[in-house]
Design a protein around this ligand. Structure first.
Ligand SMILES: *[C@@H]1O[C@H](CO)[C@@H](O)[C@H](O)[C@H]1NC(C)=O
Length: 645
């Protein structure tokens, strides 16, 4: 990475360079493969994915299998075979298959013929439509995605962007040309100290549209030809060809991913993050210090009043301060603050799942930061997340049960059952419905039935029993006793001022955690929807920390104000207020939709909204739980530091 020599940016460089470090560990599946000269290097084909069109907007979300019949791409002899893939890789849309291309290590070849295909008008219309909306082919050579070389104009560095276009639009007309020739440029590196051992360190494909008129031989590729236009009124014969060029490179195998992991203007990214971090930390520190000072004063006053009242009783002191003064502030609600909130079952189930999500996210980001989930091991991030969430079912069950018991819940069986089923069930159901949509569209993005089965199996065979075990331990553990007794009769809650009313307070509290992750969210969205490689886990780690900090502190502040206003229904208020940041995430997704995507089909819109809702829902559970746990610790702390007679 271009900044690693600047000493002032050592931290940043180390954050960015994490994947690079990781490749030195040789994880399973990413150990280097060496080839002898002329040895066959397999080229695999992956999903055909929509990318930004010429207007920089995304027009579709429906991806296709490479061998989807309407594309009519050449097949290998005996039909394509599927490569084995990890769970995360399948879930994130990879469908890796064998191909008819023959690449021989360090052996240049020009204009090899693949096959000849006739496009009928129906097929041509489909393909032209796909080219217009922008769609890219994704190939893999030795695990490296075939990319296109792009120059970043700001930093003047070149990098490889995975995928290359199926075709392109003419500059001056509405017609599109279809790419039927591929220049495959493979960079290779001789293993140091060994003879005849070569490794692949870079792959670029330059697609071309070439309308062949005669027989194709090795020299045909030197001549200029007209582009191929698939006719929508008749048949078009298309001959597929490719050339392979092997270029010796000094890039070592361990650093071959660097060119793919390009940060557009890292300086701006870094500065905006540091800016928001400083603002957030400054805000939080200020607010917290004011809160702590106020609380100390409150507690001192309450305890002094207590003393005076005691002295009063024994008749040794004149009552300087009367009871009126004591009847104010958060101490008043001490008999109600630990009263069981409405719907304790749902709250504890959410909290259990929130804890599970919280730990999973933290661990995943930390592992990714250490470089264990580098992009060279396809789908490792997704697989890791799913397995971790499964195993953490134990944490979820325990948290949910322990809280439910402490909230004096009685339907403990329902709690045990709902904890591993409710939230994952909602997620799975949504996912399944969206998948049906993709199935109907014959998109390859649809997760195969067997994978669905595997997920359900993992869920019911590992996660649910672990959650039950956690619940069992949670119910056996002693209930967490509140520091003050709860009165028999609930107090009247006085009406509250405007900003403490549910809706305004939720909107205010939810905004700040969202603000903390806003910048990073943009990059995550573009990596999800524009299938860019995301690897800036250093930034993400900081953002996650900032989000937790803001989420916790603004919710604590809200709870303090609520208690001062003698409103003791803080539990759900804290959860919902913190969870509102998910609403902002959804809103942000809608704005992104309008500004970056221009979906023509109904299916694309449904998918986008569906996935955005799903992500927002999980975020709601996560931030809601963070807000609740912080408030819970806070409330316990302040009520255990005052004396109650
Ligand atoms: C293949 O062709 C390229 C470009 O013409 C050339 O730079 C390279 O050295 C050739 N490689 C081999 C192994 O001949």
């Amino acid at each position: 990475m271009q900044l690693k020599h600047a000493p002032s940016r050592v931290l940043m460089a180390s954050l960015l360079a994490a994947p690079q470090l990781a490749s030195a560990f040789y994880l399973p599946g990413v150990a280097p493969t060496s080839y002898k000269k002329d040895e066959l290097v397999p080229l695999y084909v992956n999903t055909i994915r929509p990318v930004a069109g010429s207007d920089a907007m995304l027009h579709s979300l429906v991806s296709y299998d490479y061998y989807y019949p309407l594309f009519q791409f050449c097949r290998p002899e005996g039909g394509p075979q599927s490569a084995s893939e990890s769970l995360g890789s399948i879930l994130f849309g990879d469908r890796i298959k064998t191909s008819p291309f023959e690449l021989k290590m360090a052996h240049n070849e020009t204009c090899k013929t693949l096959c000849e295909v006739t496009y009928q008008k129906g097929h041509a219309m489909f393909v032209n439509q796909q080219i217009r909306s922008g769609i890219s082919l994704n190939w893999l050579v030795d695990g490296l995605p075939a990319g296109q070389k792009i120059i970043d104009e700001i930093s003047e560095t070149e990098f490889y962007n995975p995928g290359f276009l199926l075709g392109q639009q003419f500059q001056d007309s509405d017609q599109v040309q279809f790419n039927n020739h591929y220049d495959i440029i493979v960079e290779y590196h001789e293993v140091a100290g060994s003879k005849d051992q070569y490794r692949v360190v870079g792959v670029i494909v330059q697609p071309e549209s070439r309308k062949y008129t005669g027989p194709v031989g090795p020299d045909t590729c030197n001549t200029a030809l007209d582009p191929v236009i698939l006719s929508e009124t008749g048949d078009t014969k298309v001959q597929f060809t490719y050339s392979v060029y092997w270029i010796p490179s000094t890039t070592a195998w361990a650093t071959r991913w660097d060119k793919y992991l390009h940060v557009f203007d890292p300086k701006i990214h870094w500065f905006s993050l540091v800016n928001s971090a400083i603002i957030v930390i400054f805000l939080v520190m200020t607010v917290m210090s004011i809160l702590v000072r106020t609380l100390k004063k409150d507690i001192a006053r309450y305890n002094r009043l207590d003393q005076i009242n005691l002295d009063d009783l024994s008749g040794t002191s004149s009552a300087l301060e009367d009871g009126v003064q004591e009847d104010s502030g958060w101490k008043l609600v001490h008999g109600d603050v630990f009263r069981t909130p409405p719907n304790p079952l749902l709250l504890s189930v959410f909290l259990g799942n929130g804890a599970q999500l919280f730990v999973m996210t933290g661990f995943t980001i930390a592992f990714a930061l250490l470089g264990f989930l580098s992009p060279s091991y396809r789908g490792s991030l997704g697989t890791f997340m799913i397995l971790l969430y499964t195993v953490l079912g134990f944490v979820g069950g325990y948290t949910s049960a322990r809280f439910y018991k402490s909230l004096h819940g009685e339907k403990w069986k329902l709690n045990i059952i709902l904890t591993p089923l409710l939230v994952p069930g909602i997620v799975f159901a949504t996912f399944f419905l969206l998948d049906l949509f993709l199935w109907a569209k014959q998109s390859s993005g649809a997760v195969p039935f067997t994978t669905m089965l595997v997920i359900v199996l993992i869920w019911f065979v590992i996660s649910v029993p672990l959650s039950f075990a956690g619940s069992w331990l949670g119910f056996r553990a002693p209930a967490i006793e509140p520091p003050v007794r709860t009165n028999q009769i609930p107090r009247q809650i006085p009406p509250v001022t405007t900003y403490l009313q549910p809706i305004p307070s939720m909107l205010l509290v939810g905004l700040l955690p969202f603000g903390a992750i806003f910048v990073e969210l943009y990059f995550i969205m573009s990596s999800i929807w524009f299938s860019k490689i995301y690897y800036m886990f250093g930034f993400l780690f900081l953002c996650y920390g900032l989000m937790i900090l803001t989420c916790a502190s603004v919710t604590v502040l809200l709870v303090y104000f609520l208690l001062c206003a003698e409103n003791y229904n803080w539990q759900w208020r804290a959860f919902l207020a913190a969870g509102t940041s998910a609403g902002y995430i959804f809103l942000n997704a809608l704005i992104y939709w309008i500004s970056k995507l221009s979906m023509s089909g109904f299916a694309g819109s449904v998918l986008y909204i569906g996935y955005s809702l799903l992500i927002s829902f999980l975020f709601f559970i996560l931030t809601g739980s963070i807000g609740f746990f912080a408030s819970w610790l806070f409330v316990r702390k302040i009520y255990s530091s005052i004396k109650i007679d």
